[in-house]
Design a protein around this ligand. Structure first.
Ligand code: HEC
Length: 127
């Protein structure tokens, strides 16, 4: 009985390690596939739109209506296709300071950024 209990403990430890270890390298994995955690969530669109208008609208146009192509965020899918979520996340996180796009990583949470992206998905120019 006693030694069985010990084996049970070892097995439990192995299980715990297996669960914990993959979580130890999320950064690498995330870099390969950056995806919108709110994809398809209609319930965050309104919030995303209002966050967008609050933080981004004065440069990117109210509701993302914007004539200047380099900052027309309705063209993200056209420009970047499946890479759009990754490009969005990288540009918004790190900015393009030389071009006048601020850094948002320290200002807005990931949650807010992806809510904004979820809104932007609804206004993309069709291919
Ligand atoms: C101070 C003005 C300003 C604000 C505020 C601003 N941006 Fe930008 N953003 C720019 C400019 C200018 C560019 C174009 C950079 C370039 O020419 O490459 C840009 C580019 C981008 C791009 C890349 C577009 C592309 O097609 O490559 C994304 C994505 C973006 N902005 C998202 C946002 C989001 C989201 C917000 C709000 C959280 C925001 N921006 C707020 C000025 C701004």
């Amino acid at each position: 009985m006693k030694s069985n209990g010990g084996a049970g403990h070892t097995a439990a430890l192995v299980v715990v390690l297996c669960v914990l270890l993959p979580g130890a390298v999320p950064a690498q994995h995330a870099a390969a596939t950056i995806t919108n955690p709110f994809q398809g969530r209609a319930d965050v669109i309104d919030e995303g739109r209002s966050l967008f208008n609050q933080y981004c609208g004065h440069c990117h146009g109210t509701n993302a209506y914007q004539g200047e192509r380099s900052r027309d965020l309705r063209r993200l899918n056209l420009r970047y296709g499946q890479q759009a979520p990754r490009v969005f996340y990288e540009v918004v996180s790190n900015g393009r300071l030389d071009k006048g796009m601020p850094v948002w990583k320290t200002v807005l949470s990931d949650e807010v950024l992806w809510q904004i992206f979820t809104f932007l998905e609804t206004v993309q120019t069709p291919p």
